[in-house]
Write a new protein. Structure first.
Length: 460
């Protein structure tokens, strides 16, 4: 593989308007360059772009900037307007970027929704940031698709030569790292990360290697926290929570490794393992007489947007001879509200009979309109509101309002993080009768759940 081609990272499951085929703007730019001298930057195919970049980095001193521009939420454009409109929008994006640069600069598309900009004679970081912000401001102006305005946002990562690399491969790696940092930190523009961030990325890479090894060694376990229904007097659901039995650090909770697993691309495999373990255990508990018991599994945002995720859920249920209603998938508000494709995924899961619930309700993007649109069956009041119920007027108002909404819409309401009798009494007094928390039980290994269920059945 030639060096320029090797620099283009192919994406799995690329859409029809992926960078794996040239878009019309590439062909138009090539034709224009053959006949005229443009008064702005050229939009070219990746190969000549990286050839020019290679030449520039060999000059002494190589004072240039490489910008990677990542378009936010472009998959929604394809879902809403169609792939043909997405292609036209990509052409317009490239042309608009080129129009804002100088004749000696170059623009190319390196991914389905990524562009690279090569700006010459930019040795000062401040100038590079000014260029990046000007380009992003231009992209924020609405585009017209099908007679309707379409507004986009984007983020930019910047790498400078020679400070951040002396060859195209190193510069591209650095600029993409900066773009990821911009997204993680919710910034519009980011320079190559600091030394501290580089150390953090190396730590992530090391943990990623340990995560993959842990998958092979079977180090991931599933614990279950019972959810009690005080109206019926029984445990109606157990929530599956993954744990990592690390060989040197001991038993780790999800928040200690799942964010890194998301960044390293391991979260999907872990999620599939948890789903399989949870369904296998549920089948055993149902066979032991707990025939109405459900299991709730937390869903990763990346899982939710995988095109084969619904089929994965269906095949797992079939393998363990469970009805879809036995499974409840817990989705955070961010997972649910991230675009039209996510809404359709949720609708398809519900049509197949899988129960859906919104976790951490009220903490991010709550919208009563979305409760009408999404086929959820339950909402979980976040522990931050449960903690102060009965002691904070603000928490009391929020909890009472959510209880009222759930009642009027026929949704199951679950209070999570119940740790004190005071909270239990306050919640029941307000009409919330389904709860989970350390007051009733910590997360238990699968072998201990049998005894807990038997004890709860005897108490009832």
């Amino acid at each position: 593989m030639s060096q320029p081609a090797a620099l283009i990272e192919r994406r799995q499951g690329a859409s029809p308007n992926s960078s794996q085929r040239p878009c019309a703007v590439d062909r138009a730019a090539d034709s224009a360059n053959q006949s005229t001298v443009p008064n702005h930057a050229s939009f070219v195919a990746p190969a000549p772009f990286f050839e020019r970049l290679q030449q520039a980095t060999t000059q002494l001193p190589p004072a240039l900037a490489l910008l990677v521009i990542d378009i936010d939420g472009f998959h929604d454009v394809n879902e809403i307007y169609g792939y043909a409109a997405g292609d036209r929008l990509l052409e317009a994006l490239g042309q608009r970027l080129a129009m804002q640069l100088r004749v000696e600069d170059l623009v190319t598309r390196i991914g389905g929704d990524e562009f690279a900009v090569f700006a010459c004679d930019v040795a000062d970081p401040g100038n590079a940031t000014v260029i990046a912000r000007r380009l992003l401001a231009g992209l924020r102006r609405p585009f017209m698709l099908g007679g309707r305005p379409c507004s986009l946002t984007a983020r930019a990562g910047i790498a400078l030569a020679p400070e951040h690399g002396r060859d195209p491969r190193a510069l591209m790696r650095a600029a993409r790292s900066a773009a990821r940092h911009a997204k993680d930190a919710d910034l519009d523009v980011a320079m190559v990360p600091s030394r501290a961030h580089a150390i953090a990325e190396e730590h992530d890479a090391q943990v990623g290697r340990e995560l993959r090894a842990g998958m092979l060694r079977g180090e991931f376990k599933v614990h279950y926290q019972p959810i009690l229904n005080f109206a019926s007097g029984r445990v109606d659901t157990v929530e599956a929570l993954v744990r990592w039995r690390h060989p040197t650090r001991g038993l780790l909770a999800p928040d200690e490794f799942l964010p890194i697993a998301e960044r390293c691309g391991v979260a999907r495999a872990i999620g599939a393992r948890v789903l399989d373990y949870a369904c296998a255990n549920l089948r055993g508990w149902r066979a032991a007489g707990h025939t109405e018991l459900r299991v709730a599994v937390n869903l990763s945002a990346r899982d939710f947007h995988q095109p084969d995720f619904i089929d994965t859920v269906a095949s797992t249920l079939a393998r363990h001879a469970l009805p879809p209603s036995a499974l409840e998938l817990e989705l955070t508000e961010h997972d649910l509200l991230d675009g039209a494709a996510a809404v359709e995924q949720a609708a398809e899961l519900a049509r197949r009979g899988v129960q859906l619930s919104i976790d951490d309700f009220g903490t991010k993007y709550s919208s009563l309109g979305y409760l009408h649109r999404l086929p959820v069956r339950a909402i979980k009041v976040d522990r931050s509101f449960v903690r102060d119920v009965g002691q904070s007027p603000a928490s009391d108002s929020i909890v009472s309002a959510v209880i009222g909404i759930a009642g009027k819409m026929g949704l199951r309401l679950i209070a999570e993080g119940v740790e004190e009798v005071r909270q239990l009494n306050e919640l029941r007094r307000r009409g919330c009768h389904i709860m989970q928390g350390f007051l009733f039980s910590p997360p238990l290994p699968g072998t201990a759940v049998d005894a807990y269920l038997a004890k709860a059945a005897r108490a009832n």
